[in-house]
Design a protein around this ligand. Structure first.
Ligand code: IMP
Length: 430
């Protein structure tokens, strides 16, 4: 058995898509287990760039089965557009390679509208969501008024669910100053989505267990990052799902005994989109260097990402709440050309230095990062394919990340291209 959960260790956008893509030749099944079209995984192959929001990154490899698990909230329109885009690029020739759990909840147009209207209404205290309806869809799931992928296949069931739920949603929309939906427009959309997606909607949990029984190697693909987890992140400036490794079990329908390893993806520096605490944020020319060189624009919203130094407090927290057994460090090449590189090892408050991730955002107010300085390097490292080819300052930087987080490194990514990485140990080669 070799089943690995891949999670983000920061505020998302760590480069999970690229790492998953390069691990896929060793994998039989990739299961996405939480989040929705708020995620954007970018994979670059040669001149071609593919951005995936819902379809697991494994889809770019012909033999890999991709499952959208029950823990995902699924926007049918985004998924259909993504499937069409993949077809145009010559992928997904065999449609049975994409399976959707019938228990995955749908993100409907009213969720997106409520998300956007609520953000407007919140003014300065808005979360800075992606506007993709994620929060409202998870709210409905927990309130037991959600509509699931399986409901799409049965037109009578879909109709009765819409008729039951829409009056509540319309009241909420009107309260927020929006225009209510007509059930007929949603039923029409439902019929179209059903036509396009029904062939993919299956008992995904059963399918997955069948694969596990045959000894298949499974990768559980997380979205967003640990600091955006609804319980373990910088609440309320978080997403609405559990992004930690434990969510792979509930979001895919497997037990913890099925998981062998947890691979944390960490960027060599830190980024965040949306509002909320970010102690190591740089609003200077170094922040600009990271933003420009790292092409730090949100893959979903196009927003500029906030950039800052590597924060070991955040990644240590991720190591703990995810039970990380290994790390992949991405975008190390973006640091090339900086004379000095800083690493945050703790936060200074008025009367102490803390090295634990604060449990409340009020404890982030007024903290200043405690930095260690390390020498930078000037060489272009994007063609390095072994650790020995890295400049000694880059090796020392990576070694310090290992010391500070207590997690060994298995992969170092040195460029956006599929081949631009150094593999120290393949988690699936056990
Ligand atoms: P939501 O998930 O759209 O509700 O947004 C909540 C917060 O999570 C906002 O700060 C978003 O910018 C952030 N967020 C959601 N998805 C991602 C992602 O995939 N990468 C980075 N940030 C994200």
């Amino acid at each position: 058995m070799s089943n690995v959960v891949v999670v983000g260790t920061q505020w998302g956008d760590e480069g999970k898509g690229k790492v998953i893509d390069l691990l896929t030749p060793s994998i039989d099944v990739v299961v996405r287990y939480q989040g929705g079209a708020n995620a954007g995984h970018t994979v670059v192959i040669g001149e071609e760039k593919t951005i995936l929001h819902l379809v697991p990154s494994g889809i770019l490899h012909e033999r890999c089965l991709c499952i959208i698990g029950n823990g995902v909230v699924l926007d049918p329109k985004v998924l259909i557009d993504e499937i069409d885009g993949l077809h145009q690029q010559g992928y997904l020739k065999n449609p049975s390679r994409l399976a959707i759990s019938r228990n995955a909840h749908l993100v409907l147009p009213y969720h997106k509208l409520i998300d956007q209207l609520r953000e407007e209404a919140m003014g300065a205290s808005r979360i800075g969501t992606t506007g993709r309806g994620i929060g409202p869809a998870y709210e409905d799931k927990v309130a037991r008024i959600g509509i699931r992928a399986g409901d799409l296949i049965d037109p009578d069931l879909f109709r009765s669910r819409i008729e039951d739920v829409l009056p509540f949603k319309n009241r909420q929309i009107e309260m927020l100053g929006g225009k209510p939906f007509d059930s007929s427009e949603l039923l029409e959309l439902g019929a179209e989505w059903s036509r396009r997606l029904s062939r993919h909607v299956v008992d995904a949990e059963g399918l997955l267990h069948g694969k596990i029984r045959t000894g298949a190697r499974i990768l559980f693909e997380g979205a967003q990052g640990t600091a955006l987890d609804v319980d373990h992140g910088t609440y309320p400036y978080v997403t609405s799902s559990n992004t930690v490794a434990g969510a792979a079990c509930s979001g895919a329908g497997v037990g913890p005994t099925m998981i062998d390893d947890v691979l944390g993806i960490t960027k060599a520096y830190t980024t965040r989109v949306g509002n909320g605490p970010f102690p190591t944020e740089l609003n200077d020319e170094i922040g600009e260097h990271l933003q420009q060189r790292g092409k730090e624009f949100g893959a979903t919203t196009g927003r500029k990402r906030r950039c800052g130094w590597f924060d070991a407090v955040v990644v240590r927290h991720a190591a703990r709440v995810n039970g990380l057994t290994m790390l992949a460090v991405t975008k190390l090449d973006v640091l090339s050309g900086l004379e000095t590189i800083k690493i945050c090892t703790g936060y200074r408050t008025d009367n102490a230095v803390v090295d634990e991730f604060p449990s409340s955002i009020s404890q982030f107010v007024g903290v200043t990062p405690v930095y260690e300085q390390m020498p930078g390097w000037t060489d272009d490292i994007s063609s390095a394919r072994s650790e020995a080819e890295l400049p000694s300052a880059a090796k020392a930087y990576v070694a310090r990340i290992v010391e500070l987080t207590g997690v060994p490194i298995s992969i170092i990514s040195v460029g956006s291209e599929r081949s631009a990485h150094i593999t120290l140990s393949n988690p699936f080669a056990k």
